[in-house]
Design a protein around this ligand. Structure first.
Ligand SMILES: Nc1nc2c(ncn2[C@@H]2O[C@H](COP(=O)(O)OP(=O)(O)OP(=O)(O)O)[C@@H](O)[C@H]2O)c(=O)[nH]1
Ligand SMILES: [Mg+2]
Length: 285
């Protein structure tokens, strides 16, 4: 009987969750940045090996929310934690021993789901606990041992997804994510947090594939920064995202990007809901 099950990659912002997801599935699905809180919504990656399918959920970093978007990020992480078979608590080896996991989640009490501590970034520093699982997404060290440790934890049941697939989310999701990744890379310390991308039109059967996206920022001054002198910054953002999308799709893409102001969208419940960040429902362990 094949095995198939869901596993969460959880931890503080910047722990290396998205990098590990990408390293395990072998594709750049989840956006990565040296700046914390780049992941805002769960990203699902599939690793199918022989008779085993790992359904990996890269979660937003666990933080104490200070505004509405962060509350929703944490809410989504909490909901995913309640749905998976096992949780990987990722903690950078560079930051010493991992703290207890459940207090990080903001849940009123622990769930019964098993938690495995995994030290990340061990190409920089050895793990503080030689007995724990330890990986480097950069060098691939420890990945096989991690997969081997997870396999017996998955239930015997048929695959949920095609063995050839690496992801489950629609291309429009990745279009918006890659634009945000470019913003994290190309813009300063503040603007990436004030920016979100919304796909307005998507013509999958056009040649090249046509995608029109609004980049929403919170203020007029940020709009100018995103566009840049002579439109150069916006062009660079679009090029970064287009290259990633074309890699994923194996086809040419035309990405039509427009910058708009949506005042204080990060703090407004109705805007967040409209942008696809679900209202936290509250998890009862
Ligand atoms: N040297 C080294 N750097 C790593 C490794 N894994 C991740 N990083 C770096 O750590 C930073 C954060 O990586 P992410 O994968 O975006 O971390 P994350 O946990 O998904 O972060 P959030 O989504 O913001 O919570 C990036 O600059 C990565 O390049 C690793 O194995 N080795
Ligand atoms: Mg991430």
């Amino acid at each position: 009987m094949p095995r198939c099950g869901h596993i969460a990659l959880a931890g503080r912002p910047n722990a290396g969750k998205s990098s590990l997801l990408n390293a395990l599935v072998g594709a750049h699905l989840a956006i990565v940045s040296p700046k914390p809180q780049s992941t805002r919504m769960p990203v699902i990656g599939l690793l199918t090996r022989g008779e085993t399918q790992f359904v990996l959920h890269d979660l937003p970093g666990l933080l104490d929310p200070t505004y509405a978007l962060q509350e929703r990020m944490r809410g989504m992480a909490q909901e995913e934690l309640a749905r998976v078979r096992a949780i990987l608590h990722l903690h950078p080896a560079t930051e010493g021993p991992a703290p207890p996991f459940w207090p990080l989640t903001g849940l009123p009490s622990p769930l019964e789901t098993p938690v495995l501590t995994v030290y990340t970034k061990i190409d920089l520093t050895p793990a503080p606990d030689p007995a724990a699982l330890a990986v480097s997404a950069t060098t691939g060290q420890g990945l096989e041992a991690l997969v081997a440790a997870l396999e017996p934890r998955l239930p015997e049941q048929p695959f949920e997804f095609d063995a050839e697939d690496v992801g489950t989310q629609p291309l429009r999701f990745f279009a918006a994510e890659y634009l945000r990744e470019a913003a994290f890379e190309l813009l300063g310390d503040e603007v990436p947090y004030a920016l979100t991308a919304e796909v307005e039109e998507f013509r999958e059967h056009a040649k090249p594939v046509y995608i029109r996206v609004s980049l929403l920022v919170e203020r007029d001054s940020q709009k100018g920064i995103v566009i840049g002198a002579g439109g150069r910054t916006l062009k660079a953002i679009g090029q970064h995202a287009r290259a990633r999308l074309e890699d994923l799709l194996g086809e040419q893409v035309f990405l039509d990007c427009w910058v708009k102001v949506s005042r204080d969208w990060r703090r407004k419940a109705h805007l967040l809901t409209a942008l696809g960040f679900p209202e936290p429902r509250g998890i009862r362990p």
